[in-house]
Design a protein around this ligand. Structure first.
Ligand code: MGD
Ligand code: MGD
Ligand code: SF4
Ligand code: MO
Length: 737
């Protein structure tokens, strides 16, 4: 049979690189970068080939399955939806809508099916909605809402035109950028320097990105808030700010100046782990560069100071005149201009809390760190049933090792996933969508955050099986089951027929046609999904343009530099510092700080079943500085126990001076050793679940984002293998009856 090659995108991470997939005899034989792709221009990372591996993976579920004893048996779709409807409606009748919880995972956002996830959530009317966002970008959304009046207005980095790029808590050389979608980040970073610009990386580890930079500043984990306050102090006291930009763009300048009056670098240095001269130099150079931008991502989100840090990042960019300016922080003009309307959506901050009263709702969801508690804690309002959609929270979130038992204790659990994972193995029913290569799509989410405006189309590589469903069709069927309907047997069928016509691609077609470039506004020359479909690699819609004034959702259309509650919290940090107290004091007996790291061939928890993604040396290791290793008499490659007050795991030690002394790094997404998991390749190289070590009660003060990037641990030689209690939470797990 002859080979065919089809252009689409790799949908594994936010970069969505253009790929050319060659198929012979119904098998993927080659995946390469698409040189015509308007954003990735031929670049792919080693993960792209996993798109083929996933499609052909014999472990991938092709039909719905239902629990029988410890295993699963295949069932038909109609039977599955009927049972799901009956069970969930009965639970809702008995205990109310919030007895059904829902968790939405990261890959949901990588197809436009996610629109239907939102619809299901709305129909459920539950207060118990959770997602990976609260261990990811919640602080950035919170800051965007407070400063610019809309959570969607997370500014992105105009990396291709900046003269100075300063990166904190992100490793785009590996992650390829997030909330700044920038495929081939490495090349873009090199280009900054080639243009004569300067690149600085502020990170406790000399990362793959730091190796491309002019300067690496090994900040202490959690030290960024002090470093940035110190920088602001220098900018203010040395009159380095762009007063004209501030005057026309912002309010709150006087309050901000007053706040940082005493945050002198000498005082901040010890807490930041960065000397005062460096803090001064960073501030002066930021102000002096023709254009400059601070870019921060999850390393600083996953901290108790996540919101404060991201606020200071945006603030420094703004007061140096680099907000909404070429080469600074900017806002895209995507083909579906969601940011223009998102400002009208209520954020529901604190509209309700979890039952402990500690965690507030934000954009109408609760922080995921409280999920196991909301299932396990007895009493009124307990979650009795769960729906998970494209998520693996047992591995990806800190729950003191209790989430598996919590899921087992539910009356009913339905998972939408193509694998039997550490999470879905606890389900009563698993509903698998077709493989990504079998779906057609138009991504309208990531152009909101891309470094150039664009519209790209994903073609199907394989025809889906006749009885295959996409995620949105699965969600639509569940919506039908959960909408209160009179005479369900007949009206349900009618609603199904209506929803079945409203595919996300059709919705995107309408959205693009009516959007800023659309045919409805610009006539025949305008943009349409059909034009993107006919293109070789999408349609380039030009560089980012200043447009904050149009988008901003604050009442006076000014940037709020000094939200009062941020000032109070920052003042408290400074008062503590003056009294000699750091934000995170060591817990007795724990002497190292644990941070995370990502690898080029991993993607959170779910690529470890593709052989090409796990070949080579063990990657789930504890990275430690040589001085720390020798102080403990530890050698490279030996097995060590990493223990926190919350749990203990055993992993091999990797010694390298790329990590700051006093800090260790262990990647997340590993720990595939649970019985009954349907990942045969992953189970052979399981690694350990680092989230057993993180304390779920440590969250960002404002948004409730899980603070997993700064945990006190000890590291000791692991006892002999047979005697090792591997991957244990140190708290007993008891499930309610
Ligand atoms: N300690 C620590 N923990 C972290 C992080 C960290 O840095 N440190 N990072 C956090 C971040 S940023 C994120 S985003 C989260 C991710 O957290 P999650 O989203 O909970 O977990 P993933 O590992 O992405 O699991 C995705 C699941 O979706 C399934 N899946 C893949 N594609 C599809 C699809 O198209 N449809 C459906 N229905 N299912 C699909 C996969 O089989 C897998 O089971 O992890 C977070 N956890
Ligand atoms: N290969 C690969 N690519 C991915 C993913 C993946 O799992 N693998 N996941 C995707 C997802 S879901 C996301 S959200 C993005 C995330 O993309 P990034 O934000 O780039 O994520 P990380 O690579 O985890 O980078 C976080 C960095 O923060 C540093 N850090 C930790 N603590 C601190 C601190 O206190 N201060 C400072 N300044 N730095 C700190 C860490 O050392 C690390 O280098 O990546 C996406 N791309
Ligand atoms: S960076 Fe890699 S995983 Fe992400 S979209 Fe591009 S090829 Fe796929
Ligand atoms: Mo993420």
């Amino acid at each position: 049979m002859s080979a065919t090659t089809i252009a689409r995108q790799c949908t594994l991470c936010e970069a969505h690189c253009g790929i050319l997939v060659t198929v012979e005899d119904d098998r993927v034989t080659r995946i390469e970068g698409n040189p015509d792709d308007v954003l990735s221009a031929g670049y792919i990372c080693p993960k792209a080939t996993a798109m083929g591996g996933l499609h052909h993976d014999p472990d991938r579920l092709r039909t719905p399955v239902r629990r029988v004893g410890d295993g699963f048996e295949p069932i038909g779709w109609d039977e599955a939806f009927r049972e799901i409807g009956q069970r969930l409606r009965a639970i809702r009748r008995a205990y109310g809508p919030s007895a059904i919880g829902m968790y939405l995972g990261n890959p949901a956002a990588h197809s436009s099916s996610v629109i239907y996830g939102g619809l299901l959530r709305a129909v459920l009317l539950t207060r118990n909605f959770y997602s990976a966002s609260s261990i990811d970008q919640f602080p950035q959304e919170f800051v965007a809402w407070r400063m610019f009046g809309s959570n969607v207005l997370m500014p992105i980095v105009d990396i291709d035109r900046t003269d100075r790029l300063v990166i904190l808590g992100a490793n785009p050389a590996v992650s390829n950028g997030s909330i700044t979608t920038m495929p081939n980040a490495k090349q873009r970073i090199r280009e900054v320097r080639r243009r004569g610009g300067k690149v600085v990386v502020i990170d406790p580890r000399r990362t793959e990105t730091a190796r491309l930079a002019d300067q690496h500043v090994p900040v202490s984990p959690g030290g960024d808030v002090y470093l940035l306050l110190g920088m602001l102090h220098v900018l203010v006291t040395e009159n380095l700010c762009d007063e004209r930009a501030i005057g026309t763009q912002s309010t709150g300048w006087a309050e901000l100046r007053a706040l940082v009056a005493e945050a002198d670098p000498e005082r901040m240095a010890g807490y930041a782990g960065v000397d005062a001269d460096t803090i001064r130099q960073l501030a002066r150079e930021h102000a002096a560069a023709p254009s400059a931008v601070l870019y921060a991502r999850i390393g600083v989100c996953q901290q108790v100071t996540g919101t404060l840090t991201h606020w200071l990042v945006n603030t420094i960019n703004a007061v140096t005149g680099n907000l909404d300016r070429v080469g600074g922080q900017m806002f895209a003009t995507p083909p579906v201009d969601a940011a223009r309307y998102a400002k009208f959506l209520p954020m529901g901050y604190g509209a309700w809390t979890d039952r402990s009263g500690v965690h507030k709702s934000f954009r109408s969801e609760l922080p995921v760190a409280t999920l196991a508690d909301e299932i396990l804690t007895e009493g009124e309002g307990r979650i009795r049933a769960m729906i998970t959609y494209a998520g693996n929270p047992v591995l990806s979130t800190p729950q003191r090792g209790r989430l598996g038992a919590a899921l087992d204790s539910l009356d009913f659990f339905v998972a939408v996933d193509m694998y039997i994972t550490e999470t879905t193995r606890h389900a009563d029913i698993i509903l698998p969508p077709i493989s990504p290569l079998e779906r057609e799509d138009v991504n309208i989410l990531f152009p909101l955050f891309s470094v150039r405006n664009n519209l790209r189309y994903d073609a199907r590589v394989f025809e889906p099986p006749a009885d295959g469903l996409e995620d949105w069709q699965i969600m639509a069927r569940m919506v039908t089951e959960m909408v209160p309907l009179p005479a369900r047997r007949f009206t349900g069928r009618a609603l199904n027929a209506v929803l079945g016509q409203a595919s996300p691609v059709r919705m995107a077609t309408v959205g693009v046609a009516t959007g800023p470039y659309g045919v409805l506004r610009r006539g025949r020359k305008g943009l349409s999904v059909a034009k993107a479909r006919a293109s070789a690699g999408g349609i380039d819609l030009g560089p980012l343009e200043p447009r904050l004034r149009k988008l901003i959702g604050t009442w006076n259309r000014k940037v709020r530099l000094a939200p009062p509650d941020f000032l109070v919290a920052a003042r408290a940090v400074l008062d503590e510092a003056r009294a000699g107290n750091a934000l995170t004091t060591p817990v007795d007996g724990y002497d190292l700080k644990l941070i995370g790291r990502r690898h080029l061939r991993s993607n959170n928890s779910w690529l470890h079943n593709v052989p090409a993604m796990v070949k080579g040396r063990d990657r789930c290791t504890a990275l430690m500085h040589p001085a720390d290793a020798s102080a403990r008499g530890l050698t490279d490659g030996e097995r060590v126990a990493v223990t926190s007050p919350t749990g203990s795991i055993v992993v091999p030690l990797e010694i390298s001076d790329e990590i700051r002394a006093g800090t260790i790094a262990v990647p997340h997404g590993w720990g595939h050793r649970e019985p009954g998991v349907g990942w045969s390749v992953a189970a052979a190289l399981p690694g350990a679940n680092v989230n057993l070590l993180h304390d779920p009660s440590l969250t960002d003060t404002f948004s409730g984002n899980a603070a997993v990037n700064n945990t006190w641990v000890t590291v000791t030689r692991a006892p002999a293998e047979a005697a090792v209690p591997i991957d244990v939470p140190t708290v007993a797990v008891t499930a309610p009856q």
